[in-house]
Ligand binder design. Structure first.
Ligand SMILES: [Zn+2]
Length: 203
């Protein structure tokens, strides 16, 4: 790794990659652009954060996100229940988009992060080598990241709420707070530089 060369994406200046301290950012000596960084948290701490996010994800989906009032009858709905309502109301595209941005992408991201970080923790503690699936999974996660952005996630939850409030009178449910907490957790998880996982698992 100490011999690895790179070129600045802004000005093409060549640089030699070196090992950074935690939270340090390497900048281009010529133009000052960000080259690469080392995460502030170590893999073990990140794994704790990701586990917390997974638990919050379960709470956010298990409890009602809204209380709907249709023709005087109160009904509580979970987010997945709300997605099914959208689907049955012929708002299929909306249902698929909300499902992908609030359920599928965050869950895939969190599960993939758990697997990759577990490898990094074992690599540091016991000097284990990367398993064969490590690089493909890391590439897959990187390619998925534009869809796993916090803004996209928040927009998905908002779209579901706005569409439901058009169809029925809605009151906020417990899960809405869990989604708020999840948004904050996801923001710090998605800010984690995935490339640093490669360096962390370097033998
Ligand atoms: Zn530069």
């Amino acid at each position: 790794m100490s011999e690895e060369l790179g070129a600045c994406s802004e000005c093409d200046a060549l640089y030699r990659k070196r090992r950074l301290n935690r939270g340090e950012v390497a900048r281009c000596p010529r133009c000052g652009a960000k080259l690469y960084a080392r995460a502030r948290l170590d893999p073990g701490q990140m794994l704790g954060l990701v586990t917390g996010a997974l638990l919050t994800f379960i709470i956010a989906n298990a409890y009602p996100i809204v209380i709907m009032q249709v023709q005087g009858v109160s009904n509580s709905a979970t987010l997945s229940g709300s997605i099914l309502t959208l689907w049955s109301e012929e708002r299929r595209l909306m249902a698929v988009l909300v499902f992908a941005t609030t359920q599928l992408f965050p869950l895939l991201d969190l599960v993939a992060m758990t697997a990759l970080l577990s490898v990094a923790v074992r690599a540091r503690r016991k000097g284990r080598r990367r398993p064969a699936w490590f690089a493909p999974l890391l590439r897959f996660l990187q390619s998925m990241r534009p869809w796993g952005m916090t803004e996209v996630f928040m927009l998905g939850v908002l779209v579901a709420l706005v569409k439901l409030s058009n169809m029925a009178h809605v009151l906020p449910g417990v899960a809405l707070w869990a989604f708020g907490a999840l948004t904050i957790l996801l923001a710090s998880i998605l800010a984690f530089d995935l490339r640093s996982l490669w360096d962390e698992t370097e033998p």
